[in-house]
Design a protein around this ligand. Structure first.
Ligand SMILES: C[S@@+](CC[C@H](N)C(=O)[O-])C[C@H]1O[C@@H](n2cnc3c(N)ncnc32)[C@H](O)[C@@H]1O
Length: 461
């Protein structure tokens, strides 16, 4: 039987595929069904048909899986922020491990590496230290809002999956700690009442673009970063005053300005409106200053688990030289510094390198240095082959030129930290020519999403 677009099919979900969708087979033909889990029996409507698979949405849940739980968030099922709230947490972390195993087996053809059980997140709600809320002049209505008088021309919140311009007016997000949601609410009312309009993600006109909130777990302090399309100090000044009155825990108010059309909350220019230019956080014994646009692991408690695993896999004795590729604000370099002779960190973002240098001084560390630039160019400037490489690339993994350079350099061991098992597996296709993948430790940094962080230990054959 072949399925057709718009057809309603009755089927049993037998697995959850990488990417988070339930998988059902209809006469051997794969159908991916959003918001389902193993054991669900559903009537699903086919929305896309390709040669080898189809995609469907649930029309009716005929028999719920025992792996389902009641999602506490009212936006669950509509919001792109977390799509797995309806799955029992123990199952979420089991699925994450399986996805690492599957990616390595199917993409890299590696089936002999030890993949440990996923280390769970200490907190499964309120764990995110950074949230980015988008502004839009197209509000996505929740079912109970349809046909009401709701103002559809303003939204501040998270995106509906698969859309770039439709945004939920998120009243509260359970992934951020309080008073994040109170700050969100206050900023929403301020923007809505402002004389400047909200940005249209299609028209590319308007002023208010994003609200980014950062929380310091160590100090329980906050950074508020409003992203606007141009500079208008009179428009933002009253907001700064309101924040100062209501939220003494906000220690930094920043205005990033961007005229770029891309939906990225990073400004070409940054104005410090009040307080400190950075947020001070800490992981374990170390203090870290984080600028608005620098990368910092979004689950601070999970970051400690991650870095402890990196240190365990690095197994340094104090005499080694280490190169830390994609070093961000220098967190891993600092974590390993007391166990190594010297560490060189390579990073693209200028503010992150500046933060890394300051973070070393603040933590009394003098055996780390950092090189600013694209690793494709800067890796060649490393004076000697290090004893070990730490590689922690963004989701897209390593650039192929960087993989080639790493293979040319061929240090004795590598600790590869990955936030995407598919690109870890893709990079392993080349790296396995000279490295054996000894073990992988998945670490859950992102409960209720299908994302998983993992640390891989590679040893030169
Ligand atoms: C996943 S983060 C890792 C940061 C750090 N290891 C940590 O744990 O906080 C990836 C980092 O790679 C940087 N990056 C992305 N592309 C890069 C490139 N081509 N060259 C150098 N750094 C890059 C990003 O700015 C980001 O800081």
């Amino acid at each position: 039987m072949s399925v057709k677009k718009k057809q309603i099919v009755e089927c049993e979900v037998t697995d959850v595929a990488f990417g988070g969708k339930g998988l059902a087979k209809i006469d051997g033909f794969a159908v991916f069904i959003d918001q389902t889990v193993t054991g669900d029996r559903v009537a699903a409507r086919i929305v896309r048909k390709k040669r080898n698979y189809a995609e469907a949405v649930v029309q009716e849940l005929l028999r719920p899986s025992p792996l389902r739980v009641t999602a506490p968030c009212p936006y669950s099922g509509y919001c792109g922020g977390c799509k797995w709230q309806f799955i029992d947490y123990a199952e979420q972390i089991a699925l994450k491990r399986q996805h690492v195993v599957d990616c390595l087996a199917h993409i890299a053809l590696i089936d002999d590496a030890t993949v440990h059980e996923t280390i769970p997140s200490e907190r499964i709600f309120g764990y995110r230290n950074k949230m980015e809320f988008s502004c839009s002049d197209r509000r996505w209505l929740m079912p109970h809002e349809l046909g009401t008088e709701t103002d559809m021309g303003f939204a501040l919140g998270l995106h509906v999956p698969g859309t770039f311009h439709k945004v939920l007016d998120t009243r509260a997000c359970l992934l951020q700690p309080e008073p994040g949601n109170q700050i969100l609410d206050m900023v929403r009312e301020f923007m809505r009442a402002s004389r400047r309009p909200v940005y249209g993600l299609r028209s590319h006109e308007g002023f208010w673009r994003f609200l980014m909130l950062r929380h310091s777990v160590a100090k329980d302090q906050w950074m508020v970063n409003v992203v606007t399309s141009e500079e208008d100090r009179d428009a933002v000044a009253p907001l700064v005053e309101m924040i100062g009155h209501r939220f003494p825990q906000v220690t930094s108010v920043i205005n990033n300005i961007t005229a770029r059309k891309s939906g990225v909350a990073i400004g070409e220019r940054e104005i410090l409106l009040a307080g400190e230019p950075v947020l001070r956080d800490g992981i374990g014994p170390y203090a870290f200053d984080v600028s608005a646009n620098s990368f910092f692991q979004t689950n601070t408690r999970g970051a400690k688990t991650l870095y402890d695993t990196v240190a365990q896999y690095a197994d340094l004795d104090g005499n080694e030289s280490v190169v830390d590729l994609y070093c961000g604000t220098g967190t891993i370099a600092i974590w390993l510094a007391s166990h190594a002779r010297e560490i060189i960190g390579l990073e693209l973002v200028e503010s992150a390198v500046a933060d890394a240098r300051k973070n070393c001084i603040a933590n009394g560390i003098d055996n780390c240095r950092f090189i600013l630039g694209d690793i494709k160019e800067t890796l060649a400037s490393i004076p000697a082959v290090p004893d070990m490489l730490v590689i922690d690339p963004p989701r897209i993994g390593m650039h192929k030129d960087v993989v080639t350079q790493v293979l040319g350099m061929a240090p004795p061991s590598i600790v590869y930290v990955s936030c995407n098992p598919a690109t870890l597996a893709r990079d392993m296709i080349s790296l396995k020519e000279i490295y054996a993948l000894k073990e992988v430790q998945p670490v859950d940094m992102f409960p209720h999403t299908f994302h998983v962080e993992s640390v891989a230990r590679l040893v030169k054959r």
